[in-house]
Design a protein. Structure first.
Length: 212
C-alpha cells in the first residue's frame, strides 16, 4: 500500500513547484474575500487530489493494477492515504500563502490573523476533506470521466442542503461556546473519522464490484 502511495509522489514530483506557484497566484486573487479565500484554497487542494487520478487515467495505471495479484481494497486504502497527504500539503500551502500575504499587506487593509489559526485551518480542512470523501466513492464506482461529469451536480445538491441547514450554524456556535474547544474538537474529529470510514467502506464495495 505504501508503495502505491510512493508511486503517486513519484509521478507528480515534477508538478509540485508549478503547483505551489499556481496555488499562490490563484489564491491571492481572493485575498480580500476572507472565507472565499479559504474556500478557493480548499478547492485548489482538492484539484491536486484528482490531478493524480487524471495522470493515472491517462497512462491507464488502474487496469495495470487490476492485472496484478493485488487486492482492490489496498488500492482504495492507498488512494485515501495519498489524498490525505495531499490535503495536508495543501494546508501547508494555505498557511504559507497566508503568511506571505500577511507579511506584505498592511493589517488595516486585510487582517490575516484569523486565517492563520486553528480555526482557519479547520475551515480550510472541512471543504477539502468533504469534497474528497464525496468524490472518491464516485470515482471508484463510475470511473474518472463519469465521476467528473456527475460531481458538479452532487455538489450543487449538497450546497442546496447546506443553505437549508445554514440557520443551524448559530446553534453550532452556541454549542461551541457551551462545550469549549477541547470537547468540540473531539466531537469534530469523531464525526470526521466516521465520515472517512464510511467513505472508505463505500469505495471498497464499489471498487470490488467494478468490471474492467
Amino acid at each position: 500500500m505504501l508503495k502505491l502511495c510512493r508511486k503517486d509522489v513519484l509521478i507528480t514530483r515534477v508538478f509540485w513547484i508549478p503547483a505551489l506557484f499556481s496555488y499562490i497566484v490563484i489564491s491571492t486573487a481572493f485575498y480580500e474575500r476572507g472565507l472565499l479565500f479559504i474556500f478557493v484554497n480548499a478547492v485548489l487542494t482538492f484539484s491536486m487530489v484528482f490531478s493524480i487520478l487524471i495522470i493515472d487515467d491517462k497512462y491507464r495505471v488502474e487496469p495495470f493494477f487490476i492485472s496484478l495479484p493485488l487486492k482492490r481494497r489496498k488500492v482504495v486504502y492507498a488512494r485515501y492515504l495519498s489524498s490525505g497527504f495531499i490535503i495536508l500539503l495543501g494546508l501547508v500551502f494555505y498557511f504559507f500563502t497566508s503568511f506571505l500575504l500577511d507579511s506584505f499587506i498592511p493589517i488595516d487593509i486585510v487582517d490575516f490573523r484569523p486565517l492563520i489559526s486553528p480555526e482557519g485551518a479547520a475551515v480550510f480542512l472541512i471543504p477539502a476533506v468533504l469534497l474528497t470523501l464525496i468524490f472518491l466513492p464516485m470515482y471508484f464506482r463510475l470511473g474518472l470521466g463519469k465521476a467528473l461529469l456527475f460531481f458538479p451536480a452532487v455538489i450543487m445538491a449538497g450546497t442546496g442542503v447546506f443553505w437549508i441547514l445554514l440557520p443551524g450554524v448559530n446553534k453550532l456556535e452556541k454549542l461551541y461556546k457551551a462545550f469549549g474547544a477541547p470537547l468540540t474538537i473531539f466531537i469534530a474529529v469523531l464525526v470526521l473519522s466516521s465520515l472517512v470510514f464510511a467513505s472508505i467502506i463505500i469505495s471498497i464495495r464499489f471498487y470490488s464490484r467494478k468490471e474492467f
